[in-house]
Design a protein around this ligand. Structure first.
Ligand code: ZN
Length: 513
């Protein structure tokens, strides 16, 4: 059988002032200006911990599946996707799908929280366009991120949605394999998926969506138990992306059975009720940088303290150039501290015009907007220069090559004793892998305190190195605090914006065979 695959992945932060264009997808996908399919995708993503890595591995392990990858476009989360860019990428996928000849099924590798200028539910529009082209009988299996804001349209237009079960997202390859095996079984006629969807009036914030922490850890264990029940093919809990102010933002669940509609409905209701019961346990507690600095002083010689500056997480669309925590470090007198990775292409280029060991006058960070502190003006020593190319060595996206662009490590210190090493990149990248610090000459295990531009993903690789992890109380457009955002589009009532929000089994329900 011939299975086509493709997709465009973007998590859109509607509070961001930075629009996303096709140039961002071209730079971040690293599949050339054409966003090429075929051999380029096999070469780049084969063997990696990504969805397409999973498709490729499962196709290779089967006797009868020929995988035809058409497009894998991905851009770092940021603001609303320019419509012409969205249309152009969709056009390329549809054109390549038509040119591929007869196929038996389509795998779509999407995120689930993309917003374009014309489509609040960009994935819904994307799946609809593919469905129109292939007709109602062609199996379409969609993989979505744990942060997907799944809509009824997405659920109804696809035969099955398979969502990530982990945050940090370390199961992408596994979910890609699952999706390929599932679509192959549908084509063989071995299974007939029946999917039930429930959308809960519930928004949750990243720190507590982490599946390494409670209550998510137990919730995912229960999800896996549910998937083992007779007749169940797969199930998903999508925690949603709260920084997309769209009508359908929020938590949803899906249960897919083998041709058993009443079982799918019953289990989807059970799962939804379970998530709803945890709504108060999913609210985070934040720590100031001053309290984290005091913790380091009180525990000398301990392993590094990690300060998760999730408010400025580029992985959720923030600028990645916030300076509030850095400014406090400079004034603290602490040595052995670090910030990774702060994106400031102008300062990185300035350092690259100097040499290692030189002192330069910098105006560092906080240049994208006024919501993430003010630029740090001062003297910095260039400690290390690199091209920024690295390979993810931790569990997430393992083996994938990526780049921070031209990168410089600067050392700054305002007062005697203070010493902060700042890895300054040219591209926005979430600091989720120790390699991103090491390429800048910063060995995390030697640090006393590290400010990480990441909310949760760093926990997969850097978490085991830490003595303690604090969720940062800093300003920003990815701050896990509903009080800081003015929601205009999201449906109301919704918890916790509205204490009166309730969930009943008939709300937001949809199911199909
Ligand atoms: Zn995610």
């Amino acid at each position: 059988m011939r299975i086509a695959s493709g997709g465009v992945q973007h998590e859109t932060n509607t509070f961001s002032t930075t629009p996303t264009t096709i140039e961002d997808f071209i730079r971040d996908s690293q599949c050339g200006a054409e966003l090429a399919g075929g051999a380029v995708i096999f070469e780049r993503l084969g063997g990696t911990g990504t969805i397409h890595g999973g498709y490729i591995a499962a196709a290779a392990a089967s006797d009868d599946v020929e995988l035809i990858p058409l497009l894998c476009a991905r851009a770092q989360p940021s603001g609303i996707v320019e419509q012409a860019s969205f249309d152009e990428m969709l056009r390329r996928l549809l054109e390549r799908l038509a040119a591929a000849g007869p196929v038996d099924g389509v795998l779509l590798d999407l995120h689930g929280a993309m917003v374009s200028e014309a489509h609040e539910d960009a994935e819904g529009a994307f799946i609809a366009a593919v469905r129109r082209q292939v007709g109602p009988d062609m199996p379409i299996v969609v993989t979505l991120d744990l942060h997907a804001n799944i809509t009824r349209e997405m659920a109804e237009l696809s035969n099955v949605i398979v969502g990530f079960d982990t945050y940090p997202h370390v199961d992408m390859r596994e979910r890609g394999e699952e999706a390929l095996r599932l679509i192959a079984n549908i084509v063989r006629g071995a299974v007939r998926p029946t999917q039930a969807f429930r959308s809960l009036p519930l928004l949750t914030m990243p720190p507590m969506q982490c599946t390494l922490r409670q209550p998510m850890q137990s919730l995912i264990e229960q999800l896996h138990e549910l998937e083992q029940r007779p007749g169940v093919l797969t199930a998903t809990i999508a925690m949603g992306f709260p920084f997309a102010d769209i009508e359908s933002a929020g938590v949803s669940v899906l249960v897919t059975t083998d041709n058993d509609l009443s079982l799918a409905n019953q289990l989807a209701d059970e799962l939804a009720a379970r998530v709803w019961s945890l709504r108060d346990d999913l609210q985070p507690k934040l720590t100031t940088i001053e309290a984290a600095i005091q913790h380091v002083r009180d525990h000398p010689g301990a392993k590094p303290v990690l300060f998760a500056d999730g408010s400025d997480n580029p992985g959720g669309g923030a600028p990645c150039d916030g300076t509030v925590a850095l400014r406090a470090l400079l004034a603290s007198g602490l040595s052995g501290t670090a910030v990774g990775v702060l994106c400031d292409p102008e300062t990185a280029a300035q350092a690259h015009r100097a040499s290692v060991g030189d002192w330069i006058d910098v105006r560092l960070g906080a240049k994208v907007d006024s919501l993430h502190g003010e630029p740090i003006v001062g003297r910095a020593q260039v400690r290390q220069l690199s091209d920024g190319v690295f390979r993810y060595g931790g569990p997430m996206m393992h083996g994938l090559e990526d780049s921070l662009g031209p990168t410089a490590t600067l050392r700054m210190g305002e007062i005697a004793g203070a010493e902060v090493d700042i890895v300054v990149s040219s591209y926005r990248r979430q600091c989720l892998d120790a390699e991103m610090l090491r390429l800048g000459g910063v060995e995390p295990t030697n640090c006393s305190l590290i400010v990480l531009k990441s909310a949760v993903h760093f926990r997969a690789d850097l978490g085991p190195l830490a003595s303690v992890i604090f969720d940062a109380d800093t300003p920003g457009i990815h701050r896990p605090d509903f009080a800081c955002f003015e929601y205009r589009q999201v449906r109301r009532p919704i918890y916790p914006l509205d204490a009166r929000a309730v969930w009943t089994t008939n709300d937001g329900a949809s199911s199909h065979e």
